[in-house]
Design a protein around this ligand. Structure first.
Ligand SMILES: [Mg+2]
Length: 453
């Protein structure tokens, strides 16, 4: 058995040299570095005669690797299996580039014969070991490739799989900026779903993920380019290792940073301030309430919770399309002696003046409710609502599109803080407080920014 494993390792090295030769680049040095020290000539002979290598390695379906139907509503998550991977309660998950293979080899070779190299020689042996000790092996990767490059990349995967002829594994690759892209947990959720269909519940406590995007900081040399892998493991709640820790048994590198927005950074504040005045006028009187704040800060939910039950008319430009129509609808509601809420972002004084002027003209009080959440929080909520609702919740709701980033940057660039001098009778601040189930809160509390945004 061990000679087979070694042959597997050697074969991969040889396939690499063969591919490099095919693409015209010199590979002698790489190949010699690649061979594990101590591997015998006889093992190499095994590799030479391995029937698998009688075939060319750039055939799309070489060996036992198969591409299955892509996953997701826009089929953005590629899905493939090598041999027949088992559904085990223990999952060993691995990032691909910079973890199992060297990432700098990404653009070498030719389109029909891409070259690659193991991160370290021991990788195939290690993968076989972990498989033999009862784990399911999952390989995941973020890819953002144009169609032609993606084709080449798929050939590379076939070639890597061919170098693991006795290691069944499943592979997911996220090709869009959506719920599948690390650090979003989508690829893991698909694995859980697939295993559940086979009657297996994954034991997260016994599972782990190995990745090189760990946010490691080094004095005097370049830090990790990203912390996405560490965030992915944190989001899912499984143990994380860097390739150095897992494969080379080096001690953990304790200096790392996780840049980007996390909800833990939010201060705990009362939802509405000041608390000394009532949220609704007491006794009730006719009024206009004008909201100010980024999209995705819960303005409409706040209306539904507090103002709708009190009979306030909802005026919203997303629904009515133009400001003229909003002003007209407000006048109409006021004429019927109703109160109303202007549920728009209302970012500057000039925009707010359209409503304040009507209030002055009709001598109706107008209050401003300023939703204080930051740009980062608003964008986070947008990502959460679009991509990361708990699966059971998402299944109940219509598919939602991401609000484009210009809605947030436009607000930020043109924002003027509302002032009493504009004509408001009061300005209240509404601080973000998450409302939802414990499960929803867990999903909302994950790292969600994609590629630093
Ligand atoms: Mg990587």
């Amino acid at each position: 058995m061990s000679s087979t494993i070694k042959a597997g390792g050697l074969v991969s090295a040889r396939s690499c040299s063969r591919l490099n030769a095919a693409s015209g680049s010199s590979s002698k040095k790489r190949t010699s570095e690649h061979l594990d020290a101590g591997q015998s000539d006889s093992a190499q002979k095994v590799a030479k005669v391995h029937p698998f290598f009688a075939k060319r390695v750039d055939s799309p379906q070489t060996g036992a690797f198969r591409w299955l139907d892509p996953l997701g509503p826009s089929r953005s998550c590629l899905h493939g299996i090598n041999l027949s991977p088992r559904a085990a309660v223990k999952v060993a998950a691995f990032d691909l580039d910079g973890t199992l293979i060297k990432s700098e080899f990404g653009n070498k070779g030719s389109p029909t014969s891409p070259s690659w190299e193991w991160w370290r020689n021991l990788i195939p042996t290690k993968l076989k070991e972990v498989y033999d000790s009862g784990y399911s092996i999952l390989i995941i990767s973020n890819q953002a490739l144009k169609p032609q490059a993606l084709k080449t990349w798929k050939l590379k995967i076939t070639s890597i799989a061919a170098a693991l002829p006795d290691v069944p594994f499943r592979l997911f690759a996220a090709t869009s900026k959506d719920n599948y892209r690390k650090p979003m947990p989508g690829m893991w959720l698909e694995l859980e779903r697939i295993f559940r269909e086979e009657g297996v519940d994954i034991d997260k406590g016994a599972s782990f993920f190995v990745g090189d995007a760990a946010g490691r900081l080094y004095a005097g040399r370049k830090s990790d380019f990203s912390s996405t892998d560490r965030k992915w493991a944190l989001n899912i709640g499984i143990t994380f290792y860097t390739p150095e820790e897992y494969f080379l048994k080096l001690p953990p590198h304790t200096s790392y940073s996780l840049p980007g927005f996390h909800v833990l950074s939010l201060p705990e504040l009362p939802q509405v301030m000041p608390t000394s005045t009532p949220l609704l006028p007491s006794p009730p009187r006719q009024e206009i309430v004008l909201f100010v704040g980024y999209p995705s800060l819960g303005k409409t939910s706040f209306y539904r919770r507090h103002f709708q039950p009190a009979g306030y008319t909802h005026i919203n430009q997303d629904t009515l399309k133009t400001r003229d129509k909003c002003v007209k609808a407000m006048r109409e509601a006021l004429r019927q002696d109703k109160s109303c809420v202007i549920d728009n972002t209302n970012r500057d004084a000039a925009t707010r003046k359209f409503y304040v002027d009507v209030a002055k003209q009709l001598n109706i009080p107008i209050r401003c409710f300023l939703f204080t959440g930051s740009f980062e929080l608003a964008w986070h909520n947008n990502l959460y609502r679009t991509y990361n609702l708990p699966p059971s919740v998402a299944a109940q709701e219509p598919k939602r599109e991401l609000v484009p980033s210009i809605a947030y940057t436009g607000f930020r660039n043109n924002y003027e803080e509302p002032k009493l001098e504009e004509g408001f009778d009061e300005i209240k601040k509404v601080n973000w407080v998450f409302s939802g189930t414990e499960e929803e809160k867990n999903y909302w509390s994950m790292w969600l920014q994609l590629d630093g945004k």
